[in-house]
Design a protein around this ligand. Structure first.
Ligand SMILES: Cc1cc2nc3c(=O)[nH]c(=O)nc-3n(C[C@H](O)[C@H](O)[C@H](O)COP(=O)(O)OP(=O)(O)OC[C@H]3O[C@@H](n4cnc5c(N)ncnc54)[C@H](O)[C@@H]3O)c2cc1C
Length: 293
């Protein structure tokens, strides 16, 4: 059994930074993550996406941020169990916890920090005819390596931060970037939306508003995207890649079955699940970020 002060469930950015804060208090941490690598959504979903809202960094790639976090916590020598999913959380008579994974790894600790983010996440898929037929053949729900899109015709769909950020970034990479959005206003950050409108006015992004992609076609690989406007007119666009960016469906998995109160992701930074002990420890806490996607 692994023994530590704090067991952190989730090695995303929140879990990693918790190691730093705990280290300042001279507390040792062990992190467990279901993914085979650290970094949570940043490493798994968008390692090469630029992030614009980290204090002190005008722009930083997601993977670079994770690498920096790892460098920052290295002096505190945390332990890692990767590629294993936490299934059990058992409180002991003395108030400590035993955390168990699906592979039978057990961690004994005084404090459990749940930094599970969205848990095990899946992309939300829009209702587009033939969408699943072209998955891996031009259709992807995340951009893992933007170099694969260099000099290609890329269609993005969505109106949130990811769609906006990628449209801005890919304007310098792809041969053609089209952003299709059902409305004429964006949910994402106003500054990013402004950049997209500016690039569109310069002819560097095709902006197709008040429209939805309704079907896609190709011969073994994606070749065409059909777009239906609000007035029902249909246009067809040649495309090599379609990336629908409609967020993720949160699947907390086992954590959802532990009877913990749900968190308000927009506003909760730290949620106490159990009252602090007499020595001031908060035995079980959920950490959530301000922004989820
Ligand atoms: C495409 C996209 C773009 C984004 N862009 C930005 C941006 O530009 N700026 C910004 O501020 N935010 C952005 N976000 C949001 C940001 O990624 C999240 O807010 C952040 O990842 C949350 O960090 P976290 O550590 O709480 O959770 P996560 O990154 O979700 O990490 C949680 C980890 O917990 C693990 N886990 C969950 N349950 C278990 C379990 N039972 N056992 C073991 N492991 C478990 C998961 O495998 C995961 O690795 C974006 C999100 C997406 C999807």
């Amino acid at each position: 059994m692994i023994t530590t002060d704090i067991c952190i469930i989730g090695a995303g950015p929140v879990g990693l930074f918790a190691v730093f804060e705990a280290g300042l208090l001279k507390m040792r941490c062990h992190l467990i993550d279901a993914l085979p690598q650290v970094g949570g959504q940043l490493s798994e979903i968008y390692p090469q996406k630029p992030i614009y809202d980290i204090p002190g960094y005008p722009a930083i790639n997601a993977q670079a941020l994770v690498d920096n976090l790892m460098e920052q916590i290295a002096p505190f020598t945390p332990g890692f169990t990767l590629g294993e999913r936490v299934e059990g959380l058992d409180r002991q008579h003395d108030g400590s916890y035993i955390v168990t994974t699906n592979d039978g790894t057990t961690v004994h600790c005084q404090v459990v920090v749940i930094a599970g983010g969205l848990g095990c996440f899946e992309p939300r898929k829009p209702d587009i005819i033939n969408l699943e037929r072209f998955e891996g053949k031009g259709v992807a729900y995340m951009v893992k390596n933007p170099e694969q899109l260099r000099d290609r015709r890329v269609v993005l769909a969505g109106g949130g931060d990811s769609a906006l950020d990628w449209a801005v970034f890919l304007a310098d990479v792809a041969s053609e970037v089209t952003l299709v959005h059902r409305s004429d206003t964006f949910r994402g950050a106003p500054d990013s939306a402004e950049k997209v409108f500016r690039l569109a006015s310069q002819g560097r992004i095709n902006l197709v508003l008040q429209s939805n992609i309704t079907s896609i076609h190709g011969n073994g690989h994606l070749q065409e995207v059909s777009i239906t406007a609000k007035d029902k007119t249909v246009t067809t666009l040649a495309a090599d890649h379609l990336i629908p960016l409609f967020g993720l469906t949160p699947k907390l998995g086992p954590i959802a079955d532990w009877g913990l109160p749900s968190t308000n992701r927009q506003s909760t930074l730290i949620q106490r699940i159990t009252p602090p002990t007499s020595n001031g420890f908060m035995p079980l806490a959920i950490l959530t970020p301000i922004r989820e996607s």
